[in-house]
Design a protein around this ligand. Structure first.
Ligand code: NAD
Length: 308
């Protein structure tokens, strides 16, 4: 497993990271014994970066990850989030953030996280996040409850605006760099590079669109994007390839991203995803997929308080 430093922190992340949202039954109902096995195998096979949030399964993912990591906390780099607690439950006030982190730490069975991230900043007020939320996170850093702080979200514009107004150690962007869409590299990556901010890329499978499985009903992608994912899957099959592996390998090749977070909950998914670390010449099939996606390439759905 290769590792990359996250921006200017001293965190050396495995380039393939374990997205723990599926542990909260976000995509489908998960067997907790199996997801615990997946977490343990991931550590044994070199994955050291685990991402979760109180939002995933309304605390269920944190509870399950905390139990799975019991006794193994020192072997991993652990991040959780704050500010989003349900589908429509946002509170970026310092008071809620501070109380929320203590609850997250209790569920995760630890007294600190390595990275604490403000979750889905486009649903907040930029001024509040800059003047109240991020200072609260810095206060928690002073108290030793987190080693570093970051922001996450879908809206590249909001992430950039905040990163220009307040110092952050990392930015996590999702569904903005994979086989369906690559506009992260147009504006966010240059900003992150210029400020030496760590960059985390989440949802390399476009939250399941680039997988053969069922796409959950809450998924914001319209029917034409789901159909494009289906075409990509058919192309891979015709070449004897697995779409998830091609899609993940594409993301892992990014030269600035420190870690690509893929959501997993079974040993089978983990085994398949680790194969994306093996070199392969996918350029022509990737070109075929992007041609088949056609005008739907770089489609971005509305998200947050403002329609971006
Ligand atoms: P993803 O693109 O990683 O896709 C996850 C889906 O793909 C799940 O249904 C999973 O079961 C399935 N999958 C994974 N490997 C597979 C395989 N080999 N074969 C078939 N299906 C497979 O989307 P994601 O889970 O949303 O993103 C990854 C992680 O990034 C999340 O778990 C979360 O930790 C993080 N994330 C953060 C934010 C945020 O902070 N706003 C947003 C999105 C994701």
């Amino acid at each position: 497993m290769r590792h990359r430093r996250l921006g200017q922190t001293d965190l050396e992340l495995s380039i393939l990271g374990f997205g723990a949202s599926p542990l909260g039954n976000v995509f489908s109902v998960v067997d907790p014994a199996e997801s615990t096995r997946a977490v343990h195998q991931a550590i044994d096979w070199g994955i050291n970066f685990f991402d979760v949030s109180p939002y995933y399964g309304v605390t269920l993912a944190e509870q399950r990850l905390g139990m799975a990591l019991d006794g193994k906390r020192h072997e991993v780099i652990l991040t959780t989030k704050c500010g989003r607690y349900g589908a429509d439950d946002f509170d970026f006030s310092a008071r809620t953030i501070v109380a929320g982190v203590d609850a997250s730490l209790a569920r995760l069975k630890t007294d600190y996280v390595d990275l604490l991230q403000v979750h889905d900043v486009e649903f907040g007020d930029v001024e509040q996040i800059v003047t109240e939320t991020l200072p609260a996170l810095r206060g928690l850093q002073q108290l030793g409850k987190t080693r570093y702080i970051g922001i996450t979200g879908y809206s590249l514009e909001t992430l950039i605006t905040i990163a220009q107004l307040a110092p952050v150690d990392s930015i996590l962007s999702y569904c903005r760099y994979n086989l369906m869409v690559q506009d992260m590299d147009e504006i966010l990556t240059p900003l992150a590079k210029s400020k030496s901010i760590g960059l985390i890329n989440a949802s390399p499978l476009h939250m399941g669109v680039l997988s053969p499985g069922e796409i959950p009903t809450w998924h914001p992608a319209p029917p034409e994007i789901r159909a494009a994912g289906h075409r990509a899957n058919e192309i891979c099959k015709s070449h004897g390839l697995r779409l998830t592996e091609v899609a993940l390998r594409f993301c892992l090749a990014h030269s600035y991203v420190s870690s690509t977070l893929v959501g997993m909950s079974t040993v089978k998914e983990l085994e398949e995803n680790l194969r994306a670390l093996d070199p392969s010449e996918d350029a022509s099939v990737i070109q075929e997929i992007i041609t088949a996606i056609g005008s739907d390439f770089n489609y971005v759905w509305p998200s947050g308080r403002i329609d971006y």
